[in-house]
Design a protein around this ligand. Structure first.
Ligand code: TUI
Length: 310
């Protein structure tokens, strides 16, 4: 039986959803992603609750296409934000960095489609039992907060573990990787790193330039030992963090490096001491393009790849 693709499920052009992109994905950016044919998401990660409300309003004023909110569950205001999502009539939610169980019932009662990020099959099954609409299987290739499993190993195991739709994430930035995600059983993909280098992405130009300059081995995971694994582009901060981490520095000491570091990268373009969150696909990204062109190129390459498979 042919599976229903993510774009049909959500009423959008392409089977692409945007990653959470905390501190980056404003209402304006999410609207631009939706207008280009993907599913734009307001990244609530770095926001205060009233900022989220404001950004939902901005997004709605700039697009008539479906959009959603990514609720980063480590946000201290996550519980209030879960209510704001309902109050502001948002219809699609993705969640990351934790367990959204306590919000699911209220969201479902309000007809909200829910897609939690999962990094293993036990949690994916638990989410299925709670009645979510699909799961996002995010491999460790992703930028930002990551799990252990690679996309190649994770996606088929999640597909086998649950009977709800699975969206693949981590390591997807072109048509070959999109074809691979479908081959693994996904109904669509989540994109983050390749959107950092879009014309519309509101990060500092120096951050974009670092992604373009990065080669395949230029990202590293900091915080694996401390229990907060975050993939970033190697820079002075990353090297110093890992050095201290290996020397046995405690969690509080290590936090000094990361405090406010994502914001320094995004807003100030501080490429030395900022956290340049990016996935392993950074090495493939060579130019800045419009969101529309990124999506078009990826989808047309995917079509060609499938025709040429042997
Ligand atoms: O959340 C992400 N990626 C992120 S969040 C973020 S904001 C941030 N800023 C500074 C430091 C740390 C984070 C940047 N990137 N991806 C989704 C994701 N979710 N990855 C892993 C998980 C996850 C982890 C644990 C999902 C569920 C979970 O626990 C559930 C359980 O109960 O087992």
């Amino acid at each position: 039986m042919k599976k229903i693709r993510l774009n049909e499920m959500l009423g959008i052009k392409y089977p692409f959803i945007q990653g959470g992109m905390a501190n980056i994905a404003t209402g304006e950016f999410a609207a631009a992603v939706s207008n280009a044919g993907g599913l734009g998401l307001i990244g609530a990660g770095g926001m205060r609750k009233e900022e989220l409300r404001e950004n939902i309003k901005i997004c709605r004023s700039k697009t008539d296409k479906p959009f959603g909110v990514n609720l980063m569950l480590m946000n201290p205001e996550a519980a209030d934000m879960a209510k704001i999502i309902i109050e502001e009539d948002v219809k699609i939610v993705t969640t990351g960095a934790g367990n959204p169980a306590k919000y699911i019932e209220a969201w479902k009662e309000n007809g909200i489609k829910i897609f939690p990020v999962v990094s293993g099959s036990t949690f994916a099954k638990k989410m299925e039992q709670y009645g979510v609409d699909g799961v996002i299987a995010e491999g460790t290739e992703s930028g930002g907060h990551v799990g252990e499993m690679t996309t190649m190993s994770l996606v088929p195991q999640i597909v086998d573990a649950v009977s709800i739709p699975v969206i693949a994430a981590g390591g997807i930035a072109d048509g070959r990787q999109l074809a691979a995600a479908f081959a693994l059983g996904a109904v669509g993909v989540q994109l983050g790193t390749c959107l950092l280098v879009s014309e519309e992405c509101p990060i500092h130009e120096a951050y974009k330039a670092s992604v373009i300059k990065a080669k395949d081995n230029d990202t590293i995971v900091t915080g694996r030992i401390a229990g907060t694994p975050v993939r970033i582009i190697k820079n002075q901060m990353a090297r110093e963090y890992v050095k201290q981490e290996k020397a046995g520095a405690d969690k509080m000491e290590l936090e000094k490096f990361t405090l406010g570091s994502l914001r320094r990268a995004v807003f100030d373009g501080d490429i030395k001491t900022g956290s340049l969150m990016a996935g392993q696909v950074a090495g493939q990204l060579k130019e800045i393009k419009s969101l529309e062109k990124i999506f078009e190129d990826m989808y047309s390459e995917y079509k060609k790849v499938v025709e040429g498979l042997y």
